[in-house]
Design a protein around this ligand. Structure first.
Ligand SMILES: NC(=O)c1ccc[n+]([C@@H]2O[C@H](COP(=O)([O-])OP(=O)(O)OC[C@H]3O[C@@H](n4cnc5c(N)ncnc54)[C@H](O)[C@@H]3O)[C@@H](O)[C@H]2O)c1
Length: 281
């Protein structure tokens, strides 16, 4: 029987974890979880400037000697991902985990006045393709390229960042803004639902496909993170959450560390929901 020391099972033992979208709000928190768990975070992001800021922030927080790397890469490009894999293997000799976290944050030209552009009836094919390219195709390509490196060594973990909106539909009423005509009301874009539900499917596929190769794959569905949203939005959202509030960005670090460490050694193909209870209602 497998004997486990519980505290020790959370120790990442200097393993290397690739975090896509590592320069973003949650990507940096996943990096903190890896560092605090005694692992080595490798950030992949399309934004070179964002990566530099994220790496400096980590060095300031954990000390100049902290092991962390940032690689500029567009995860919609297999070539970019392959180059990143080669550089990481050259530098560390191994890749032990992948956190598929990157997402497209499309800017809608013209702001609120042009929100009708993302309403379902008008949603541009181009925007559909761009969102899917990052959120789903990027996750698929990273799982393919980094998954193969992990399969070759016979161990690894994949964590896919879905969302509470990976299991429920967005309640479009909470995005509405007072005073705007119906056709200009903001909506949660259709791509968000499709990508987040799709990532749960990808997780189950990878979990079963890679089980014999010693690779586990799970999905994390976080609820919304408080990030300066306006009162009108918060007043509509928080009553939908049994805990009555959004999450702080730090509140997923424990779940992330659990899911990427040996503490979750018997979990694969799971959808873990951390949403203040929202999806229970
Ligand atoms: N923030 C939330 O409230 C929340 C809630 C639930 C789920 N999520 C999910 O968590 C993940 C992270 O969210 P976030 O709020 O930190 O987002 P974010 O926008 O702050 O970060 C996303 C990062 O992805 C990077 N990126 C975009 N396109 C890329 C590409 N082609 N190649 C490489 N990198 C690319 C961006 O540069 C950015 O740094 C997303 O998948 C998001 O959907 C977030």
């Amino acid at each position: 029987m497998l004997q486990m020391d519980i505290k020790n099972s959370f120790d990442l033992k200097r393993k290397v974890f690739v975090i896509t979208g590592g320069a973003g709000l949650l990507g940096q928190k996943h990096a903190e979880a890896v560092t605090e768990g005694n692992g080595i975070p490798v950030l992949l992001d399309i934004s070179r400037e964002g990566l530099d800021d994220a790496v400096s922030h980590m060095k300031m927080k954990y000390g100049a000697e902290t092991e962390i790397s940032g690689f500029a890469a567009d995860i919609t490009s297999r070539e970019d991902i392959g180059c990143a894999r080669d550089s990481i293997i050259k530098k560390y000799g191994h890749i032990d985990g992948l956190i598929n976290n990157a997402a497209n944050n499309p800017k809608v030209e013209g702001g609120a006045a042009n929100m009708k552009a993302i309403q379902f009836e008008n949603f541009p094919l181009e925007m559909w393709m761009e969102d899917i390219a990052v959120g789903l195709t990027g996750a698929f390509l990273c799982a393919q390229v980094f998954g193969q490196a992990m399969a070759e060594q016979g161990s690894g973990v994949i964590l896919n960042l879905s969302s509470d909106l990976g299991v429920i539909a967005p309640d479009q009423r909470i995005y509405r803004k007072k005073g705007l005509p119906d056709e200009e009301q903001p909506v949660k874009p259709v791509t968000y639902s499709v990508i987040k539900h799709g990532l749960i499917g990808l997780t189950k596929y990878l979990a079963t496909y890679y089980a014999e190769k010693g690779i586990r794959a799970n999905a994390l569905c976080p609820g919304g993170v408080y990030n300066g949203q306006n009162e009108e939005f918060l007043d509509k959202l928080t009553p939908l959450i049994p805990m009555g509030r959004m999450a702080s960005a730090d509140e997923y670090k424990g779940t992330v560390l659990y899911l990427i460490s040996d503490a979750s050694s018997y979990m694969t193909g799971s959808t873990v929901i951390a949403d203040g209870g929202r999806t229970c209602w």
